[in-house]
Design a protein around this ligand. Structure first.
Ligand SMILES: *Cc1c(COP(=O)(O)O)cnc(C)c1O
Length: 362
């Protein structure tokens, strides 16, 4: 496969070539059934096997303890911004949020439509150049949950550790760093992630919810928007996004073949070091946007001295086969998204390009 781009797209994003090729092979005739996986009932034995296998693989790779359910929902992570408060924010309680960037801000805005919220920690004053400090939180007694965004995809910051919240459920939007490293899932009441960054294609959102969360959940929520509907029906209440789930299945098998999350997280650190080192050794030619101790291993954001130079960088990089390096339109600058499926070779090629570009323009 000589003509694959160096894909640094932020989402939807790169998928492992092996996964795409396997999907291609099985596309028309899924494992000898004479039909595509897309063409069969979600109640069929063949589909149900894929469904359960995907749940089990995720439990295995992410070390999900007993007492948690894995759901495949639709509506993107953005729908979770609303479902979380609809289900878990009771009258008289408050939803606590860590305001860490653009995605956290969106989550809070949705919660405000349903009840009272409190900003438990914020880095807004620092222009989101770092993750808020979560080490000394004082949460109100009537806190229903603490919501954190583990990785701010647009700003390029990532939580380096999670707070202990005791009896208060910790809920995390891990859309852009799920499975990039091992986390202690038992610390969380719920984890959710849109698939299209680190898990598979768009169209499905993975939700990992601790079952006891449902006991306290609000009852007057529309059927499709209640976690408990999907938990009771093993995420088969209605037609799930079966093809996207199948693709997650292939990605999880690929992760397993790589050696699991410990191996993957080391590769991710090596990949990002190539680029962060290039930034740090450029004598100020490149400037990282985020404080070093909040840097993300999934989204690397950086700037050049002028916007002209940034435009030139974007243009020249495109000519050389790099895709997706322009920063999000809301913040400008440059961004390299280095999700699990982005090969080490792509990061090496980018570091080389960056060194060459700075030599020519420094
Ligand atoms: C992309 C992203 C979202 C939004 O996901 P959708 O599936 O498009 O709704 C939410 N949170 C984070 C951290 C993201 O990176």
């Amino acid at each position: 496969m000589g003509n694959r781009a160096y894909n640094f797209n932020a989402g939807p994003a790169a998928l492992p070539l092996e996964v795409l090729e396997q999907a291609q092979q099985e596309f028309v005739d899924f494992r000898g059934i004479g039909m595509s996986i897309m063409e069969i009932s979600h109640r069929s034995a063949q589909y149900e096997q894929v469904h359960q296998e995907t749940q089990n693989l995720l439990k295995e790779l992410f070390n999900i303890p007993q007492g948690y359910k894995v759901l495949f929902l639709t509506g993107g992570a953005s729908t979770q911004f609303a479902m979380v408060p609809m289900n878990f924010l009771q009258p008289g309680s408050v939803g606590a949020y860590s305001l860490s960037g653009a995605w956290a801000d969106k989550a809070i805005k949705e919660a405000k439509l349903f009840g009272e919220t409190v900003i438990a920690a914020s880095s807004k004053e620092q222009k989101y150049m770092r993750m808020p400090d979560l080490s000394n939180l004082s949460l109100p007694e009537n806190t229903a949950y603490l919501h954190v965004t583990s990785n701010e995809t647009i700003e390029g910051s990532q939580l380096q550790s999670y707070p202990d919240t005791g009896n208060i459920p910790l809920i995390a939007d891990m859309s852009s760093d799920i499975l990039s490293r091992q986390v202690d899932v038992s610390k969380f009441g719920m984890i959710y992630a849109g698939a299209q960054k680190n898990l598979g294609p768009s169209g499905v959102t993975v939700v990992i919810v601790r079952e006891d969360m449902l006991e306290k959940a609000n009852q007057s929520v529309p059927t499709m928007l209640r976690y408990d509907t999907h938990v009771k029906n093993d995420s088969l209440y209605n037609t799930p996004p079966s093809y996207s789930i199948y693709m997650i299945n292939l990605v999880l098998q690929w992760i397993k073949r790589q050696g699991g999350l410990d191996v993957l997280s080391k590769i991710n650190r090596d990949k990002t070091s190539l680029i962060y080192d290039t930034i740090d050794n450029s004598a100020g030619f490149y400037k990282g946007c985020v404080d070093v101790d909040s840097r993300s291993i999934m989204n690397i954001t950086f700037r050049l001295q002028t916007e002209e130079l940034e435009k030139q960088f974007a243009k020249e990089s495109e000519q050389q086969g790099f895709v997706g390096l322009k920063g999000h339109r809301s913040v400008g600058g440059l961004r390299a998204s280095t999700y699990n499926a982005v090969p080490y070779e792509s990061c090496k090629a980018l570091a080389d390009f960056m060194n060459d570009f700075s030599k020519r323009n420094g």
